[in-house]
Design a protein around this ligand. Structure first.
Ligand code: NAD
Length: 360
């Protein structure tokens, strides 16, 4: 089957790391008999240089017509006046906001996985980390406190600020369905995180998630209060498989979960909607400080490509082949500079891509 992928290499290290992911995808296509066709579009600073805006409607149209999008990163040094001395909607990062909104992506998935070989980067005690960390945080992206009505006004002579946290049942149901589907491809457990002892929105969240769970009898559902979840993530992270939560709780918990696994150069992510379409990208930025030096870690982008195979194309075996190839590269001692420790074999961006490709 032919899968149409739009590539957004972007700025900084983006083009270097996306090129390595393409190499690996080509190799997977060859081995498993799939055709991946790639079309590149400009977004971010490179699009500003070419067209005067971070994402043209034409480029957006191409992304909309694809089966999935693979993104490197956009943005540069904020000191780059060419890109930043302009109105906010014309800056590189505005392209990201536009594409996420226009594509209707409402679910962000961030895996937190601790590779045995990188256990040294885990800040938790060994007796905790040795039980393993392998979870995904599923965060609602388009509702909740960050999108509710807000205002600051004077009440009784005091400056008073109000933010509102709104969810309707459809918004909760559609992400819950995604979470149960993803748990079905993993260890079959969903932990729904809320603050139902205080918030009405959480009580609705809890009841809708419970309704959805009725259609997934083989998947265990557990409810957990967010304060407890924050503690459990550092006390016993091995208990988690899929954590499902609303926007703000997910914002905070996904950063906490990623920190316990160590390096930023290893963290993949996916943004999904109700159909199979998704946008896949590393969790890190464009790292302008190391751009063009062939030293960036391409593994987060390569692992994002694996998520694309699993979530958008239902190619589970192929996704696993990429993940195993990355694991083997680490087992064999290969490291880019960001994860290098004495005794490892230091490799460049392109060498790491070649090694993973060779392991497919
Ligand atoms: P960053 O993630 O780009 O870099 C933080 C640090 O991590 C830097 O020292 C960098 O060298 C290092 N790093 C990041 N990725 C790495 C990799 N793959 N291999 C090795 N080292 C890596 O964050 P920042 O410096 O705050 O932001 C730089 C630019 O990226 C800004 O313009 C910001 O707006 C943009 N940004 C874009 C995205 C995105 O495109 N989704 C996300 C975050 C930041």
């Amino acid at each position: 089957m032919d899968h149409k992928i739009v590539l957004i290499p972007g700025d900084g290290i983006g083009p270097e790391i996306v090129a390595e992911a393409v190499k690996v995808l080509d190799s997977v296509g060859e081995k498993f008999g799939h055709t991946f066709t790639f079309e590149k579009i400009l977004m971010g600073g490179c699009s500003i240089d070419e067209y005067g805006e971070p994402l043209t409607d034409e480029a957006l149209g191409k992304a909309k017509a694809a089966d999935a999008v693979l993104l490197g990163a956009v943005g540069g040094n904020v000191g780059n006046s060419r890109w930043y001395d302009v109105a906010p909607h014309l800056r590189p990062e505005a392209g990201l906001l536009k594409i996420r909104k226009e594509l209707g992506l409402f679910a962000n998935v961030r895996p937190a996985y601790l590779y045995k070989e990188l256990a040294g980067a885990c800040p938790l005690k060994e007796e905790i980390s040795e039980n393993g960390i392998d979870m995904v945080i599923m965060r609602e992206l388009t509702g909740g406190l960050y999108f509710g009505e807000r205002k600051t006004e004077a009440i009784n002579g005091l400056r008073t600020a109000t933010d509102t946290l709104v969810y309707n049942e459809d918004e909760i149901r559609r992400i819950a369905l995604k979470a149960f589907d993803i748990a079905g491809k993993r260890r079959k457990k969903v932990t729904s995180v809320d603050k139902a002892n205080v918030l009405d929105s959480s009580r609705l969240w809890r009841s809708v998630v419970k309704e959805v769970s009725a259609d997934y009898p083989d998947i265990e559902l557990e409810d957990m209060l967010v304060d407890n979840a924050a503690m459990q993530l550092v006390k016993d992270p091995a208990q988690f498989d899929v954590i499902l939560t609303e926007n703000m709780f997910g914002d905070i918990l996904s950063d906490e979960a990623s920190m316990v696994t160590g390096s930023i150069g290893m963290l993949s992510s996916a943004s999904l909607r109700a159909d199979k379409f998704g946008l896949y990208e590393p969790s890190h930025g464009s790292a302008p400080d190391i751009a063009g030096k062939n030293i960036a870690n391409p593994l987060a982008t390569i692992l994002s490509a694996a998520l694309m195979l699993r979530y958008s194309f239902d190619l589970d075996k192929e996704a696993e082949a990429i993940e195993n190839a990355v694991e083997k590269a680490l087992k064999d001692g290969y490291r880019t500079g960001d994860i290098y420790e004495e005794g490892d074999k230091k490799v460049s961006t392109t060498e790491m891509g070649d090694i993973v490709e060779g392991n497919i």
